[in-house]
Design a protein around this ligand. Structure first.
Ligand code: GTP
Length: 341
């Protein structure tokens, strides 16, 4: 079976971290988020990477891991539907389409079996939310069939509390619904068409956890959730020297946290130095950064290679002192799934 992994977004909401690496390679517990996804797939699944931003970095990572993946680079971003259509030549049967930036406990075997048992044309994973009024909510029949999506319903009008969770199991015929070489949204254009024609469109509710890793807060949550599930309060990569205190912190390789420094609810990438007495809370600090002594950082994202001065006080901000990389957009482009973050 093939799995088309959508990994072509710029990840603008996670800039400046995504100026220097594609979102699928941002680490969660020191492992790229896309690797968590690939490792959860049934063995022998052929991964087709639908990408167009920093493709070589992703390719190189999986080459080093010894995990063969097929890279299908789009000439330009085609959206979730367009990217799926662009992989058509590689599809030879029932296939998966997966957002690379969703971390969840989805059991793929059961998901695929559910799709087959229902003889569905398309099956999507569903996740329950409390704030239905912010999402497109599925109208799901008792047998799992979805008859419509209701956009941002009032709580009392909502047909369910289940939203699209970004993993799809599809029959190749779905590809016939997608026009080629165009920016197409699977969620906004193709799924409503399939449902509108009365075709067999099913929803598979997820249990466990589901995190759309689109923003710094959800990225940190993903790290903290996995730590909690593993019953650990810190993760420290090889070669790191920790003299200060860590609380709910994930530290990459070859880092140094000096005496009397405190790092809480934060992620440090590889080769980060936190000098004496510095305090970091709710921060993501990119590779090779230095945080000066007695600096105070709260809710800060620091891009790779930056230096924070001694005694600096920063709050609710992002640090990037160089020009934005050429070709990187100054705003979000194209994909409606992001509205569900
Ligand atoms: P933001 O810029 O922060 O919205 O992030 P994003 O560009 O990754 O967009 P979003 O989070 O909505 O994308 C959801 C998933 O679809 C991610 O896994 C993206 O990598 C992927 N994606 C978004 N647009 C495209 C596209 O045009 N082509 C491909 N191949 N993947 C895409």
């Amino acid at each position: 079976m093939q799995a088309v992994v959508l990994a072509g977004g710029f990840g603008t909401r996670l800039a400046p971290l995504t100026y220097t690496r594609p979102k699928p390679l941002l680490p969660i517990l020191n492992k790229p988020m896309m690797q968590h996804l690939v490792e959860a797939l049934p063995p022998h699944t052929q991964v087709i990477l639908a990408t167009n931003y920093k493709t070589q970095m992703i390719e190189e990572h999986f080459r080093q891991m010894g995990r063969p993946i097929l890279v299908n680079e789009e000439p330009r971003p085609l959206g979730t539907g367009g990217a799926t259509k662009f992989a058509e030549d590689y599809i030879d049967g029932t296939f998966l389409v997966l957002n690379s930036d969703i971390l969840s406990s989805l059991n793929f075997r059961r998901f695929i079996q559910f799709h087959r048992d229902n003889k569905a044309l398309a099956t999507i994973s569903l996740w329950p939310v409390e704030n239905v009024q912010e999402f497109g909510v599925a109208d799901v029949q008792p047998d799992g069939r979805i008859t419509s999506f209701v956009e941002k319903p009032r709580r009392e009008d909502a047909p369910s509390n289940l939203i699209n969770a970004g993993a799809y199991c599809l029959e190749p015929e779905v590809l016939d619904y997608i026009p080629p070489d165009k920016m197409v949204s699977m969620e906004q254009e193709i799924f409503p068409k399939i449902i509108g024609e009365g075709r067999r469109f099913y929803g598979y509710p997820l249990e466990g956890f589901w995190i759309d890793v689109g923003r710094p807060a959800s990225y940190l949550k993903a790290n903290l959730t996995l730590m909690k599930r593993r019953d650990v309060s810190q993760v420290v990569g090889t070669g790191s020297r920790i003299s200060g205190q860590l609380h709910q912190a994930c530290v990459g390789r070859d880092c140094m946290v000096a005496e009397e420094a405190q790092v809480s609810s934060s992620v440090l990438y590889d080769r980060v130095t936190v000098e004496e007495g510095a305090r970091l809370d709710i921060c993501i600090v990119g590779e090779g950064c230095t945080v000066g002594s007695h600096a105070r950082l709260s809710n800060v994202v620091v891009g790779d290679g930056e230096t924070i001065d001694d005694d600096a006080h920063l709050e609710n901000t992002a640090v990037w002192t160089r020009p934005r990389p050429e070709g990187y957009p100054d705003r979000q482009i194209g994909n409606p799934v992001k509205e569900q973050g």
